[in-house]
Design a protein around this ligand. Structure first.
Ligand SMILES: O=C(O)CCC(=O)C(=O)O
Length: 303
């Protein structure tokens, strides 16, 4: 990391573990942001099977680093892995990444949700690193419900097939789950949408946070390029819509896992497993570190 950039401090760790999120100021160099911007622009005009929101004012791509070399370079060469590992004070591995591309104009909201329920993993050491190449006012930036990562509740993802609207489809998904299948298979890499998944009726519905904002302790920040927001995979988070921006809001979010993160087949799975994991057929409870060919250590504390 170059000398002028900031590093993780004890206070940052405290905020991440206590509040579920922390804003790190001035930790990414402009040259790295330039590489990320190149990747974000490339993917915007080169959708693949995992570009769920094409044509909408919110484009979300899954696993973009797989097919965009500039984004892979950003993951490999930016200080993100070191920042996340230093925050956890533990070895970490890369799990997956996403891009959130909102064009200039009125910003689309990103709905309140937790991240964990979308993926076939569980554990307390799941950390997101959110980086935007554009300045973002508080009114369009990421926000979290402070401390909600410690509520010990997994809410239903706000996307997927509604069992009330399609009882036969839901019964089939339920039967497949009971047979021990993953509900999102590797074929999703060819063609995928958020609506292929199951609006798991066994999980509690999300509280109506947006309609009752004053009832929740909502934490958010003005964001400047060079900053990183680290947040816990289980924290409730969103980005507000409605604000007009004269420039796009182009963000990349990577998900990193520490030693306690293990496989858990979920009925609410909405995002495919990392592709290399399918053929290894993990069992519930197996740690990601048991699959080093898919999850090599990206950063570890010096012993
Ligand atoms: O950037 C956004 O609007 C939402 C980001 C998000 O939900 C995430 O990184 O998990």
């Amino acid at each position: 990391m170059s000398a002028q950039l900031a590093t993780i401090q004890a206070e940052d760790r405290l905020r991440l573990h206590r509040d579920g999120a922390v804003l790190l100021k001035n930790v990414i160099a402009p040259s790295m942001l330039g590489i990320l911007e190149e990747g974000l622009e490339y993917i915007e005009s080169n959708p693949d099977g995992m570009s769920a929101g094409v044509g909408l004012p919110l484009r979300i791509d899954q696993f973009p680093a797989r097919h965009v070399p500039a984004i892979q370079t950003f993951i490999d060469q930016s200080p993100i892995a070191e920042l996340v590992g230093s925050a956890l004070e533990a070895p970490i591995t890369f799990y997956m990444d996403q891009t959130f591309y909102k064009p200039a104009g009125i910003m689309m909201p990103s709905a309140w949700h937790q991240d964990t329920c979308y993926y076939n993993v569980s554990g307390h050491q799941l950390i997101r690193a959110w980086v935007c190449v554009d300045p973002v006012p508080r009114s369009a930036s990421l926000e979290v419900v402070r401390g909600s990562h410690l509520w010990n509740v997994t809410y239903r993802p706000p996307v997927g097939m509604d069992p009330n609207a399609d009882p036969d489809g839901a019964a089939e998904l339920q039967a497949r789950f009971e047979r021990g299948e993953r509900l999102i298979g590797p074929e999703a890499y060819e063609q995928w949408t958020y609506f292929d998944s199951f609006l798991d009726p066994t999980l509690p519905e999300l509280p109506g946070i947006e309609a009752a904002r004053d009832s929740f302790d909502i934490l958010g920040w003005e964001y400047e390029p060079g900053d990183v927001i680290l947040f816990h995979g289980h924290v409730l988070h969103s980005a507000r819509g409605g604000t007009h921006l004269p420039h796009p809001r182009r963000a990349h979010a990577s998900l990193w896992a520490g030693p306690d993160v293990h496989y858990l087949r979920r009925r609410s799975q909405a995002i495919p497993d990392p592709i290399g994991l399918y053929e290894l057929d993990p069992a519930d409870g197996q740690y990601l570190s048991e699959f080093p060919e898919v999850f090599p250590t990206a950063w570890a504390p010096k012993s």
